[in-house]
Design a binder for this molecule. Structure first.
Ligand code: PLP
Length: 395
């Protein structure tokens, strides 16, 4: 008999993954070229060529014991130093190796920092719409996820409601910008106001409230939009970064946490994160990939490929009468469902062989997420279906 906790987790297992499986079934039935699967955020752009070259060079030329061996649970010292220098060069910060913990992607990083900070019953605030896995990450440490409702006019976080929801039990606030599922980039104004509220609340309640910035999409921003670096605005910020999207390496599971010296109890947090990485069973981030990213710190996937997809899809959907905010980052478009029930809308889209994820999976019913990290031609082929779907609703 599996554990009671797992019974409900298995039952509510990811809608997104379920759709992905359904897409594969539909592809068998209708032919792969006739199924338009926009369900999964799996990068469609190839990793930069530097990555492949780095893998070959490391495997062929570096000391095998070093490349494949255990190291400190926080990662190789030289890799952490290289990551810190690279952030400093890009963001004018002053981190050092000691501020970096190499993690098993952003997911690993989130679990490590939550394990480090959260006591059972502590509250963790997230802004809807948010990446649904946060429910599980917070439940893993018996925390309580408190959801701030969406501000559907802009999909910037609802700061007024945040202020009302911070209590003496609030230990952390999670933000994710560029955002999954909306593609919205939180503005500098938003970040400043958010920082003000949290600073004020910390004083009022005599607590430490940690801001966890989950940033797997930092490098995917369009039209020259700036993605503010959060540690500059609020001292109690932890950054979780990942190479899953920036280098198209989601299966390789590599990322890092930034734990600045300015954090309240910084030394304890660094020591605890190191232990959390081990006892959660990660032990350390994949050794080969650590060495690879140290050689590819300035490499980037071809963001223009996603940009082209974004422009095509946004322009087409707008012309068919769909409502959505033009995304400024990531590779998602969050469209208003053409009926109140987003799940029913996603079901109806399936009749046109279009797979999209209901907004309820992101705590934002009434919308659907379209992941446009897919082939450009697939988007083109799908457009007639999107148009027909809109026409069905208009009668
Ligand atoms: N956080 C957000 C907002 C995501 O969208 C994802 C993946 O899609 C993750 C975290 C997990 O990323 P990783 O593959 O780096 O663990």
């Amino acid at each position: 008999m599996i554990s009671e906790k797992m019974v409900s987790l298995v039952k509510n297992s990811s809608v997104i993954r379920a759709m992905f499986e359904e897409g594969k079934k539909m592809a068998k039935e209708f032919g792969a070229e006739n199924v338009y699967d926009f369900s999964l955020g799996n990068p469609s752009v190839e990793p930069p060529k530097e990555v492949k070259q780095a893998i070959l060079d490391i495997v062929n030329k570096e000391d095998a014991n070093l490349v494949h061996g255990y190291m400190s649970n926080s990662g190789y010292e030289d890799v952490r130093a290289a990551v810190a220098s690279s952030i400093n060069a890009k963001q004018a910060t002053s981190f050092h190796a000691d501020n970096i913990v190499m993690t098993v992607g952003a997911a690993g990083g989130m679990n490590v920092i939550l394990k480090t900070l959260i006591n059972p019953g502590d509250e963790v605030i997230a802004f809807a719409p948010y990446f649904g896995e946060y429910n599980n990450y917070v439940a893993n440490v018996d925390g309580k996820l408190v959801v701030v409702s969406p501000n559907t006019a802009t999909f910037q976080p609802n700061l007024q409601e945040l202020e009302e929801k911070v209590t003496e039990r609030t230990k952390a606030v999670i933000i994710n910008t560029p955002n999954n599922p909306t593609g919205v980039v939180y503005s500098e104004q938003t970040i400043k106001e958010l920082a003000d509220i949290l600073s004020r609340k910390q004083k009022e309640l005599s607590t430490s409230i940690y801001l966890i910035s989950d940033e797997p999409y930092r490098e995917l921003a369009y039209d020259g939009v700036e993605v503010p670096y959060i540690t500059k605005y609020y001292n109690n910020t932890v950054v979780g970064y990942s190479y899953s999207k920036s280098l198209s390496l989601p299966g390789e599971r590599i990322g890092y946490l930034v734990l600045p010296d300015e954090l309240d109890d910084a030394e304890d947090i660094k020591a605890a994160a190191n232990v959390a990485n081990r006892i959660l069973g990660y032990v350390n981030a994949p050794s080969l990939m650590q060495r690879v990213i140290a050689r590819c710190l300035d490499a980037k996937v071809e963001v223009e490929i996603y940009n082209k997809n974004r422009e095509l899809l946004y322009d087409a959907l707008s012309s068919y009468g769909y409502e959505c905010i033009k995304p400024e980052g990531a590779f998602y478009l969050f469209v208003k469902a053409l009926e109140e029930d987003d799940k029913a809308f996603a079901e109806r889209a399936k009749k046109h062989n279009i797979l999209i994820v209901p907004g309820s999976a992101f705590a934002c019913p009434g919308y659907c997420r379209i992941a446009y990290c897919v082939d450009y031609d697939m988007i083109k082929r799908s457009l007639a279906g999107f148009e027909a779907l809109a026409k069905e609703y208009r009668g």
